[in-house]
Design a protein around this ligand. Structure first.
Ligand SMILES: [Zn+2]
Length: 150
C-alpha cells in the first residue's frame, strides 16, 4: 500500500450527499408541543432566579438549575418583537413575526394575521390556535397571531 506523504497530492472526488434529518424536540420541547396541541401555552420556570423560558428549556441558562416548574403564559402579554414579509412564487404575501411575551425569555415565530393596519414592533397580539381536531402537536398549531387592542 502506498503511503500518503503529501496532503496536496490526495485525490479529491467532488459530489454531494443528500441527507435528511429528524430532530427530536427534546424533553421540554416535547411537553411544550403536547401542551400546544391542547391549546395551552406554558413556559418553563427557574425556581432559583425566577426566569421563564419559552420555548421551554430544561436548564436555566443563567444559573444552570434544572427546570421542572411550568407556568401558563399570559396571552395578553404577547407582542411583536420583529416581523418580516415573505412571498412564495405562488401565493399571497405573508407576515412572519417573532412574538415575545412580557417577562419571558425567548419567543415564538409565527404567522401574523394581516389587517388593514401595518404591523409594527411592540404591537400587542394574541395567539389563535387551530381547531382542536386540526392540531398536530407542532408550532403551527398556533394558526396565527392577531392584533388586539387592550
Ligand atoms: Zn435560573
Amino acid at each position: 500500500m502506498e503511503k500518503i506523504t503529501s496532503e496536496t497530492k490526495i485525490g479529491v472526488v467532488k459530489d454531494h450527499i443528500p441527507l435528511k434529518y429528524n430532530y427530536t424536540a427534546g424533553v421540554a420541547g416535547d411537553r411544550f408541543l403536547q401542551l400546544l396541541k391542547q391549546g395551552k401555552l406554558q413556559a418553563s420556570q427557574c425556581t432559583q432566579c425566577h426566569k421563564l423560558y419559552l420555548p421551554p428549556k430544561i436548564f436555566c441558562k443563567d444559573c444552570f438549575s434544572q427546570l421542572n416548574e411550568w407556568k401558563d403564559v399570559a396571552e395578553d402579554s404577547a407582542y411583536v418583537y420583529s416581523f418580516t414579509s415573505v412571498k412564495k412564487e405562488e401565493g399571497p404575501r405573508e407576515l412572519i413575526a417573532l412574538v415575545k411575551f412580557d417577562g419571558v425569555e425567548g419567543g415564538l415565530l409565527g404567522r401574523l394575521k394581516s389587517s388593514r393596519e401595518e404591523p409594527r414592533m411592540g404591537m400587542k397580539v394574541r395567539p389563535v390556535f387551530k381547531q382542536k381536531s386540526e392540531r398536530t402537536g407542532e408550532l403551527s398549531d398556533i394558526e396565527y397571531f392577531e392584533k388586539v387592542n387592550y
